[in-house]
Design a protein around this ligand. Structure first.
Ligand SMILES: C[S@@+](CC[C@H](N)C(=O)[O-])C[C@H]1O[C@@H](n2cnc3c(N)ncnc32)[C@H](O)[C@@H]1O
Length: 218
C-alpha cells in the first residue's frame, strides 16, 4: 500500500483538520479503483495464497479485511498524523505527539480510574499463566483476554485457559477474543462452562475480532 500510494499517503498524514481529512479520505483515498484493487488482490484468498502469503485452507486472508476496516475507521475519526500506530505502520516512526496511545498515558489514568472507580487496578507485567498460578482457586469473577495470546500454540493456550478456569468463581465469566486465531475451549474443562451466545453474537457483529468466546462457569 505504501509503495503504490506514496504521494497520497504523504497527503493523508499532512492534515491538521479532521473534517478536511475526512473529505480527502472519501474523495481521494477510498476511491472505486482502490476498492476494486483491494477486493481483487489484498482481500482475495486465491491471490494471497498464490503469492504464498496465506494457506488457502485457513481463514487468515480475512485478517486483511478486518485490519483494513480498523485502519479505515481510525482514519475517519482521528487525525492520522496523531495516531502513533498508523504513523509507525506506514513510516516506521512516530511523527507527532507522544509515543503512547491515550489510555496508556499517565495524564489519562485519573479519568480511567474514575470511569471504573469500584475496580481496584493492579498493573502486573508478567506472563498470564504465571499470574494465574499465583492466585487461589475460585478467586476471580471475570477474566478477559483481548488479543493477548493469539500467537501461542494451542497447547500453551489450553494451559492458560485451564489455569484461568481454576481461579474463576462459579458464575464468573471467562472471555477471549482474537484477531488472528481461533483458540477453542479445551475439552477437559468444556463441561464447566456454558457459552453466552448473546454476548458472542454481539462481538461477532462488531466484525472487529476473528473469534470470540464468552463463557460462564457453571
Ligand atoms: C495486541 S496487545 C492487546 C492489548 C489489549 N488487550 C487490547 O486488546 O488492545 C497484546 C498484549 O498481550 C500481552 N501479552 C502477550 N502474551 C502474553 C502473556 N503470555 N501473558 C501476559 N500478557 C501477554 C502483550 O504484552 C501485549 O500487551
Amino acid at each position: 500500500m505504501d509503495i503504490c500510494r506514496s504521494k497520497k499517503l504523504r497527503t493523508l498524514f499532512s492534515f491538521d483538520n479532521l473534517e478536511e481529512q475526512k473529505v480527502f479520505i472519501q474523495k481521494k483515498w477510498n476511491t472505486l479503483t482502490w476498492r476494486i484493487i483491494c477486493e481483487c488482490f489484498i482481500f482475495n484468498p486465491h491471490f494471497l495464497s498464490a503469492m504464498g502469503f496465506v494457506k488457502k485452507q485457513t481463514k487468515d486472508y480475512q485478517n486483511a479485511k478486518i485490519i483494513y476496516k480498523r485502519i479505515f475507521n481510525v482514519m475517519s475519526n482521528q487525525l492520522t498524523r496523531e495516531n502513533h500506530v498508523l504513523t509507525f505502520l506506514f513510516f516506521n516512526r512516530y511523527i507527532k505527539g507522544t509515543l503512547l496511545p491515550l489510555y496508556l498515558r499517565a495524564e489519562s489514568f485519573d479519568v480511567l480510574k474514575e470511569a471504573i472507580s469500584e475496580v481496584p487496578i493492579h498493573i502486573c507485567t508478567n506472563d498470564i499463566g504465571k499470574v494465574c498460578k499465583l492466585l487461589p482457586d475460585a478467586s476471580c469473577d471475570y477474566i478477559s483476554m483481548s488479543n493477548v495470546a493469539d500467537h501461542v500454540s494451542p497447547k500453551i493456550f489450553a494451559n492458560y485457559i485451564q489455569e484461568a478456569a481454576r481461579i474463576l468463581r462459579r458464575g464468573g465469566v471467562l472471555c477471549w477474543k482474537y484477531w488472528s486465531s481461533n483458540h477453542t475451549l479445551p475439552s477437559e474443562i468444556s463441561e464447566e462452562f456454558v457459552h453466552n451466545l448473546k454476548a458472542e453474537k454481539e462481538i461477532a457483529l462488531s466484525e472487529v475480532f476473528f473469534s470470540s468466546h464468552v463463557l460462564e462457569k457453571t
